[in-house]
Ligand binder design. Structure first.
Ligand SMILES: [Zn+2]
Length: 76
């Protein structure tokens, strides 16, 4: 079985959700559509529960590996 197939049968490194569920994907798409270069995009992943820093999911680690990940301590 392909390791990048999730429980819904879709391509996803994250077993329990689809790539389209990641807001990082959509916000990066929006930035690119407005002229940003993919390699220049930095991310701050947040928990939808309380807005605190969240570690990037497996999809985002694959998609944005090498990009700057902004953590809460970086904003203090
Ligand atoms: Zn993600």
């Amino acid at each position: 079985m392909d390791k990048a197939i999730n429980k819904y049968g879709n391509y996803s490194f994250q077993y329990d959700w689809n790539v389209e569920n990641c807001s990082e994907i959509w916000s990066s798409r929006k930035a690119i559509m407005k002229g940003a270069k993919f390699d220049n995009i930095g991310l701050r992943c947040i928990s939808i529960a309380d807005g605190s820093f969240e570690t990037p999911c497996k999809n985002c680690k694959q998609t944005f590996g090498g990009h700057t990940i902004i953590k809460d301590k970086d904003l203090e």
